[in-house]
Design a protein around this ligand. Structure first.
Ligand SMILES: [Zn+2]
Length: 264
């Protein structure tokens, strides 16, 4: 299994002989509004060309349709011949964009890879009213390799249940600790926030995941690309190191970096 972080949650996965592109978000650097009033997003450019990203992709996998996971540029650039794996809530919308939507309610086998949809929780309390449905996915191949893509979720019982059920050897974990702030957030029309809401895992929650399942390796993504993050790659690495997590259990890739896991 090979995992290439592109940028934010956009990840290219070589798994079971196929290439899976998760959450394609292709916007130009600083072409979209801020999420926390700091700077325009994304804060960095794509590390490689869109042509290169798309050249060998067999499936697109969408965890949810927030603009930092699937955007207009991706919608324009991805060939209509590439099928999309989606949760029920996003199926119709993906079809209206002209793509084939493979809706996963529980699980399906695609080209000898079993793909299971699992629950995610994009924050807690008030903020959930505006976050919409989010899913994670688990990929399993015929050699019993198991990869868990968390999607945008906090550390919670849903994630624990997925880890218990599938016992993944590798987890791709969205880990920028992104927050929405009461004074500056994109949902002002719909909701006022009493305090800051964290909507995905941060360094402490990644540590909880690593401590919960001692034989899992984590690849952190969704860090280093948006203005509402609370943790940097450097801080993630330092925090996990300070908490005595063995260096081979976590990977904090730079944009464009490829991590290879040998099958056992
Ligand atoms: Zn996100």
């Amino acid at each position: 299994m090979k995992i290439q972080l592109i940028r934010n949650a956009t990840v290219k996965i070589y798994f079971g002989g196929k290439v899976w592109l998760v959450d394609p978000f292709f916007a130009n650097e600083r072409s979209l509004p801020p999420f926390a009033g700091k700077t325009k997003n994304p804060t960095v450019p794509l590390p490689i060309s869109i042509r290169e990203i798309l050249e060998d992709v067999d499936y697109v996998v969408i965890t949810h349709l927030h603009p930092d996971h699937f955007d207009e540029k991706a919608q324009e650039e991805i060939p209509k011949s590439v099928p999309f794996v989606v949760q029920k809530a996003d199926s119709e919308k993906i079809k209206t964009f002209g793509f084939e939507a493979i809706e996963i309610q529980h699980e399906r086998v695609l080209d000898n890879v079993r793909i299971s949809r699992v629950d995610a929780q994009h924050g807690e309390g008030e903020i959930l009213k505006v976050m919409g449905d989010v899913s994670g996915y688990v990929l399993e191949d015929s050699k019993n390799e198991v990869l868990y893509i968390t999607g945008d979720t906090i550390w919670c019982d849903k994630v624990k249940r997925t880890v218990d059920r599938f016992s993944p050897s590798v987890v791709i974990c969205n880990a920028g600790g992104n927050v929405f702030l009461p004074e500056n957030h994109p949902f002002k029309e719909y909701i006022s926030l009493e305090h800051a809401y964290k909507v995905i895992m941060d360094e402490k929650q990644v540590l909880q995941l690593l401590n919960y399942k001692k034989d899992t390796a984590v690849v952190t993504v969704h860090v280093g690309a948006l203005d509402h993050e609370t943790v940097s790659r450097k801080e993630l690495r330092q925090f996990l190191k300070n908490n005595d997590v063995s260096g081979n259990r976590y990977h904090v890739p730079e944009d464009g970096e490829i991590i290879t896991f040998c099958s056992h």
